[in-house]
Design a protein around this ligand. Structure first.
Ligand code: FEO
Length: 478
């Protein structure tokens, strides 16, 4: 590696932070670079971006593209944005080099709530060839590059595996290619099409299929296409010698933590997030999940560790999450009833609460959610293994309350097939909400277990008794 200052005009010396005589400065910096043991110059985060942009601009002006990229790669190794990084080695020469997004609270736009942040996991494998499996969301690419720089010079990456096109994994790719322009990208043909359309990418790409292998030297990557889990381009990458499966989104959780492994975090939180993730992202694809699990089982591959692209790595007992996916995909139904409703003047709420009493009387767990006070994404997480759902709405304009609208749209989309369901609500004249809700539940693949129960204006004591009986009868059908 050449010194990153070579050929850079003296007036640009301020690109190298640190003061002469205080353990930093240009001379020590250059000596470090030449020794390949660079002294890290730590700068403020705000200063870092400006320095990087200026260095890029000067290199582009002075050098041909390949040399400019190598210099930028070297620069990234010596200028740090001020955060001391913890090196995480999953297995020998396999490193986590991703980023933790502590403050993310919504995903897929605003369609899915995230209470505990997320991570974008990238994995670096250093063998005779250096491979990076998956990138990060672009705002975090400097964090990824810095983590890579702790291990190898980013320009030394030979292969980049793009398991999935979605921007939370692919948008950092262009920043990486800027410093590793000779790296070859591997992914499915659909991934290539998407990269071209999203980013105008026209680089060195090799389309792979299930069973294709890529030797890194002592170890080999095997690719397994996984179309529609959850995008058409999705695939898994498997490191056979270690039994390491890197399935991208599958088996992930939106969970930001300071720990990287499942045996280091609160188990309840982790499973809750894995379940919510499955319910809100994977659920409608359950038949494909079951086929894929069966296919992997038939391949007879040994899985010692599962490293998804979000959340913690399943290091201890990875079979647990595989088993949970199998149960969720098969539509496991526990003795639990969710009662989801909204009310205009309290009548539908009284009905909901009376029905809950009936469910409880039948010895079945009940959970009551009023919309929009409750979080829909959380409700879907709870619904995943519930046995049934009662949905109630007052009637307005011959239909449901608009506050149930998003819930109805999501329910249709997630297709929670096989759940028992029934509807209820109050009306003043004409009605209409119950009919609309029954259509929604039918479209979603739910099984209507009882005819709807509606009351005019406000429920009488006798009608509340009937609501209780309705709940008890519904619960007895689980
Ligand atoms: Fe984590 Fe489908 O992206």
């Amino acid at each position: 590696m050449r010194g990153v200052t070579e050929g850079i005009p003296m007036e640009c010396a301020d690109l190298i932070p640190g003061k002469q005589g205080e353990g930093g400065g240009i001379s020590e910096f250059v000596r470090g670079v030449v020794r390949k043991k660079p002294v890290k110059a730590r700068v403020d985060t705000s200063e870092y971006d400006a320095l990087l942009e200026r260095y890029k601009m000067i290199c582009r002006r002075l050098f041909p593209p390949a040399r400019a990229s190598k210099r930028l790669s070297a620069y990234l190794r010596v200028v740090s944005w001020g955060l001391p990084m913890v090196k995480v080695e999953l297995l020998r020469d396999v490193f986590w080099v991703g980023a933790v997004d502590w403050n993310l609270r919504h995903f897929h736009g605003f369609s899915y709530s995230i209470h505990r942040g997320t991570t974008y996991n990238s994995y670096l494998i250093t063998d005779q060839k250096v491979a990076l499996v998956d990138c990060v969301y672009q705002p975090f690419s400097k964090e990824m590059l810095e983590r890579i720089g702790e291990i190898v010079e980013p320009s030394e990456i030979d292969y980049i595996i793009a398991n999935h096109l979605e921007p939370d994994h692919s948008s950092g790719l262009l920043d990486l290619l800027e410093v590793a322009p000779e790296a070859k990208v591997y992914g499915t043909a659909r991934c290539k099409q998407g990269l071209e359309k999203y980013y105008g990418y026209r680089g060195n790409f090799s389309a792979v299929k299930t069973g294709d292998r890529l030797s890194l030297g002592k170890r080999t990557l095997t690719f397994i296409e996984a179309p529609m889990i959850h995008w058409p381009d999705s695939m898994f990458t498997y490191l056979a010698e270690e039994g390491l499966l890197m399935p991208n989104d599958v088996f992930g959780q939106h969970l930001a933590t300071s720990s990287r492994f499942n045996d280091q975090v609160d188990r309840c939180e982790m499973i809750e997030e894995a379940k919510k993730y499955y319910a809100n992202i994977i659920w409608p694809l359950s038949p494909i999940v079951l086929r894929k699990l069966e296919e992997i089982q038939k391949m007879g591959i040994r899985i010692n560790m599962i490293a998804p692209s979000h959340g913690v790595i399943w290091r201890e007992n990875p079979g647990e999450i595989v088993g949970l996916y199998s149960r969720w995909a098969k539509g496991e139904r526990l003795k639990r009833v969710l009662i989801v409703y909204d009310t205009m003047w309290g009548s539908t709420e009284k009905m909901a609460k009376a029905m809950m009493e009936g469910v409880m009387e039948a010895g079945v767990e009940a959970k009551l959610y009023r919309l929009p006070d409750s979080d829909e994404s959380d409700i879907f997480g709870d619904l995943l293994d519930a046995g049934g759902i009662l949905v109630g709405s007052s009637t307005i304009n011959n239909g449901i309350l608009p506050t149930l609208g998003t819930f109805a749209v999501d329910l249709r989309g997630l297709k929670p097939k096989g759940k028992l369901a029934a509807v209820f609500g109050s009306y003043g004249w004409g009605g209409g909400a119950a009919k609309e809700l029954e259509a929604v539940l039918g479209d979603a693949g739910c099984e209507l277990a009882l005819p709807s129960y509606t009351v005019n204006w406000a429920p009488s004591a006798e009608e509340l008794g009937r609501c209780k009986e309705f709940g008890r009868e519904f619960a007895s059908k689980l």
